[in-house]
Design a protein around this ligand. Structure first.
Ligand SMILES: [Zn+2]
Length: 303
């Protein structure tokens, strides 16, 4: 269970300015021996020690909060692996593992990813999505998460169902981040055509406590996205989980080029643009998080 004395992330931000989140899970799992075709969340049971090692390495690197290995643990994604009935136990295990690594003083921001279903295409109804996200969020809270990170979304309608599900059925603090790409016209849009300012308005309205952006871009591009969110919304805290640069494919393997020091340098620009929580997405390692944590702490000392 969540320690009852734990302060909310938004409360902590009022005092400490900038907090540090964790780095990649997916690319880190691959390094631990995860093979394509396996179900990542099934590892919470079958490879518990390896998953715990990832969570612990980010805490050791200086992260104030860590995610959970539950990105695809909704009914729709688990059904692909024949594990549609395992939503509850796989999410509970995910949260328990991260809580074990985090202890009582760091936050567990449980990962909730998209279902892969499109409301627009009529694959599912809003109620189907709401029910699926409710089941996942309730299980993550039961396992000891104190917040959820609804992440890598591209469609407002689906993200709104996830935010409402967590808001209505749990006491989790709600973070929601979208993935943007730069268009040929130089604007940032999600795959579904959503701009950072449209995301901010709709997601805060739905009930998120913290908004932001993850994946798709290296730390450098994130400054521009954060600036647009901050221009649209002056008060909601912003979280950024950036990739370690833009991936380059080399022999079928994605190589992420940004070194920890480069990324930490770029993180300062992201903080200056208005971000409050900085962490990593694909390709980032505990080395990246530790460099970011050092850079952010220096920043706080100078204030
Ligand atoms: Zn990513």
């Amino acid at each position: 269970m969540v320690p009852h004395y734990m302060q909310k992330i938004t409360e902590k931000l009022k005092k400490s300015g900038v907090l540090v989140s964790d780095g990649a899970w997916g690319t880190f799992l691959q390094k631990q021996g995860f093979k394509p075709g396996e179900c990542p969340e099934e590892w919470n049971i079958s490879h518990r020690a390896e998953v715990l090692a990832i969570a612990s390495s980010y805490i050791a690197a200086g992260a104030d909060m860590i995610e959970t290995n539950s990105f695809g643990a909704n009914r729709f994604k688990l059904e692909h692996f024949g594990l549609g009935e395992r939503v509850e136990d796989l999410n509970i295990a995910a949260a328990q593992i991260s809580r074990e690594a985090a202890g009582p003083d760091r936050h567990v921001i449980a990962s909730i990813g998209p279902t892969g279903k499109l409301l627009l295409a009529g694959d599912v109804t809003e109620k189907d999505l709401y029910d699926a996200f409710t089941k996942q969020a309730v299980a993550l809270e039961k396992g000891g998460a104190d917040a959820c990170c609804i992440e890598t979304f591209t469609a407002i309608d689906e993200a709104v169902q996830a935010v409402r599900a967590a808001r209505d059925n749990t006491r989790l603090e709600i973070i929601c981040t979208f993935t943007f790409e730069k268009t040929v016209r130089g604007e940032f849009r999600t795959m579904m055509g959503v701009s950072p300012s449209q995301m901010a308005a709709a997601i805060v309205e739905a009930g998120a406590d913290i908004i932001g952006t993850n994946c798709g871009n290296g730390m450098k591009n994130m400054a521009e996205i954060v600036k647009e969110i901050r221009d649209a919304d002056q008060s909601t805290p912003i979280l950024v989980h950036a990739n370690a640069g833009m991936p380059k494919n080399a022999g079928g393997v994605d190589i992420f080029p940004e070194t920890p020091d480069e990324m930490a340098g770029n993180a300062l620009a992201v903080v200056n643009a208005g971000a409050n929580i900085i962490g990593g997405c694909c390709g980032t390692t505990p080395g990246h998080i530790s460099a970011i944590a050092r850079a952010v702490k220096n920043l706080e000392k100078r204030k």
